[in-house]
Design a protein around this ligand. Structure first.
Ligand code: SF4
Length: 467
């Protein structure tokens, strides 16, 4: 087992005890809740006559079911309205801080917790959503959990978990123009596989991550889960502290200096021992795009869809399924594939830096005829910031729709859905069959810049040609 890593330190500091099952009972510093996985958990508490143990460590928002066009209440979808009301009532009853639509700070849970300063280094964080790994960008250990675990955390502020191994995923060097954090993580998942991280926490290390902004690090950690890792993290450094300083819930005045010293002490030791180490070179990473039905089925934009012979035997059956579902032939170029819908948003790529980068490529260009393209800010704060910079005007002038914050077409638990066999260029994180709301809809994952390149050309394109 690894020794001296941030993961070990944070795990040990939060260990309440070892359970008879051999699992660790782990204290959870911050519990993030939203409308989809919490109603049943609250009902289970009610059935047992339990209360939320630490409402002050619980933070709520709404994201999955929120419409991004018309947010007038009651929502047109009665099920969505029911979920909203349930969360509103539960937060009121249990005195939980709730960032509702119109509060000025509502948004995707993994966007708002960092931007409000709730997410901090050395924390254990849980949320009933797979992409909770995002918060690891701050040097937190953050787990996505199921509904019964949401109940456990509400009632006891602890989780029963088996300790993970730690793999150091090192990437060194400077990214080439047109290559982004999204490409880095798609490249890693492509190389290590979607199950490669099972049983591991991923520590993202090396000069490439050191050079990244916090928002870029969030993009990488967000998709650690897509590579099978239970969580992913980056050691906190000056970039982390700079991002956090002055945020609403970050430590203030004297507490700030103490906090920084504490956070620094949690970094993995220079002599830390890892269960595994893999090393990549940033120079080998090109704009990367998925062609199949798992985030691991990725290729560089200028590569061809792999033939079965190019793949390991155990990947060939899912590749065969992907060729059929995606309507792509082995050996064909992905570049030039016609797209129907282009979506920039989600907890992977719906932050202000993503929108700024997308706007650079949208400026002075026009969405191709027949393509539906839309931009969905990750939070109300992101939306407000983007509008103050005039990004919304750039998008609208280019023919994009400018929407209200929410998960939108990432999971399509709201009116934003693909129709029929539509092919979507998406900045989100999952390209599973039917993920974007149509049972036969198809998704290509890529960076926001690549989504805009697809939108303005009407086909999968190499963003480097637009630089
Ligand atoms: S944007 Fe997508 S992945 Fe992220 S929380 Fe929403 S539905 Fe989940």
């Amino acid at each position: 087992m690894s020794k001296g890593t941030l993961f070990d330190k944070v795990w040990d500091l939060h260990t309440v005890g070892i359970l008879p099952s051999g699992q660790t009972q782990l204290f959870i510093g911050l519990h993030l809740i939203h409308e989809v996985t919490s109603p049943q958990a609250f009902a289970m508490l009610r059935d047992r006559g339990l209360k939320v143990l630490y409402p002050e460590r619980t933070v709520a928002t709404v994201d999955h079911i929120v419409p991004t066009e018309n947010q007038a209440r009651p929502f047109v979808d009665s099920l969505a309205e029911e979920m909203m009301q349930s969360l509103e009532q539960n937060c009121e009853e249990h005195q939980i801080r709730f960032y509702n639509v119109g509060s000025g700070s509502q948004g995707i849970v993994h966007v708002i917790a960092p931007e409000l300063g709730f997410t901090q280094p050395g924390m254990t964080i849980a949320c009933g959503d797979s992409h909770t790994s995002t918060h690891g960008a701050f040097g937190a250990i953050a787990f996505g959990i199921g509904t019964s675990q949401v109940r456990d955390v509400l009632a006891s502020q602890t989780l029963a978990l088996a300790k993970l191994k730690v793999r150091k995923v090192e990437v060194n060097g400077t990214l080439k123009p047109g290559v982004y954090a999204k490409d880095v993580v798609l490249h890693i998942i492509r190389k290590l596989g979607v199950k490669g991280g099972v049983g591991y926490a991923y520590e993202f290390a090396g000069s490439t991550f050191e050079q990244m902004s916090m928002e870029e690090r969030m993009t990488v950690c967000n998709m650690a889960i897509e590579g099978g890792a239970r969580c992913g993290y980056v050691n906190p450094d000056a970039v982390t502290f700079e991002y956090l300083k002055g945020r609403d819930f970050a430590p203030k005045v004297e507490a700030w200096d103490k906090a920084v010293a504490w956070w620094q002490s949690l970094r993995s030791d220079t002599a830390a021992e890892y269960d595994d180490v893999v090393v990549f070179d940033a120079a080998d990473i090109a704009p990367t795009i998925t062609w199949g039905i798992t985030p691991g089925q990725g290729i560089a934009i200028n590569e061809l869809v792999p033939t079965p012979e190019m793949l390991p035997a155990d990947e060939q059956p899912i590749a065969a399924e992907a060729y059929r579902y995606m309507d792509l032939q082995p050996g064909q170029p992905i570049q030039g594939t016609k797209v129907d819908v282009c979506f920039v948003g989600s907890c992977t790529n719906g932050r202000i830096s993503d929108l700024r980068e997308a706007a650079k490529f949208a400026q002075g260009r026009q969405v191709a005829e027949g393509v539906k393209a839309f931009i969905v800010p990750g939070s109300e704060r992101v939306k407000q910031q983007a509008e103050s910079e005039g990004l919304d005007k750039i998008f609208v002038a280019a023919g994009f729709e400018w929407r209200e914050p929410g998960c939108s077409m990432c999971l399509a638990m709201n009116p934003d859905k693909l129709e029929g066999r539509q092919l979507s260029a998406s900045s989100s994180n999952r390209n599973f069959k039917g993920r974007q709301g149509s049972a036969s809809g198809r998704t290509l994952l890529m960076s926001p810049a690549m989504v805009v390149a697809a939108a303005v050309t009407g086909q999968v394109s190499d963003v480097r040609e637009l630089l």
